[in-house]
Design a protein around this ligand. Structure first.
Ligand code: GNR
Ligand code: NI
Length: 175
């Protein structure tokens, strides 16, 4: 497994619509494992393929509640979503303070449907459907947005978003 480099805004790969995965082969499985390692390493609770510059419809998640990175009392719960689709969203919404590994240091409230049903292929290639609520529902929607080139800052006011992009663009030029 390899830890890959996470891309930050304003990298163009974060704004692309990703392509469906045609078949689950060794390359796909290697990508899934690299994404999980990159996510745990960051650390984060989710990661989309486009965040490491791979424009494919896959994301990984682990929303198991650990007290800290060193907390080993809670088992890891890696989840792999290939070609995910939201098949139902609740009318009810909830607000979570979101962050993104591609926009470090920025945390803002975002309102989304509280519950979603998502169908996807798992790492084993089997078609699955789950109903998600709470943090899992928020994360699934945040990650699925990534596959369509959408970022959580797109839900903020234009002024806030432009300030964030400007600051990150300046930082990228200095690096
Ligand atoms: O690590 C992450 N935390 C998080 C917190 C609230 C809502 C969404 C997320 S996802 C984020 C990792 C990430 O950028 N995934 O794309
Ligand atoms: Ni993100």
């Amino acid at each position: 497994m390899t830890t890959r480099e996470i891309k930050f805004i304003p990298e163009q790969c974060l704004r692309e619509v990703c392509a469906p995965i045609e078949d689950i082969n060794d390359e796909t499985l290697k990508l899934a494992d690299d994404m999980l390692q990159t996510m745990y390493d960051a650390p984060g609770i989710g990661l989309a393929a486009s965040q490491i510059g791979v424009l494919k419809r896959m994301f990984v998640l682990d929303v198991a509640e650990r007290e800290s990175e060193e907390d080993e009392s809670v088992e890891r719960e890696p989840m792999v979503f290939i070609n995910p689709k939201i098949t139902w969203s609740s009318e009810e919404t909830s607000v979570y303070q979101e962050g993104c590994l591609s926009i470090p240091g920025v945390y803002e409230d975002v309102e989304r449907p509280s519950q979603v049903r998502v169908s996807f292929l798992g790492r084993d290639g089997k078609q699955q459907e789950i109903k998600a609520s709470g943090l899992l529902a928020t994360c699934v929607q945040h990650e699925l947005d990534h596959l369509d080139g959408i970022l959580f800052i797109d839900y903020l006011s234009r002024l806030k978003r432009e300030r964030i992009v400007k600051k990150m663009t300046k930082q990228a030029k200095q690096a």
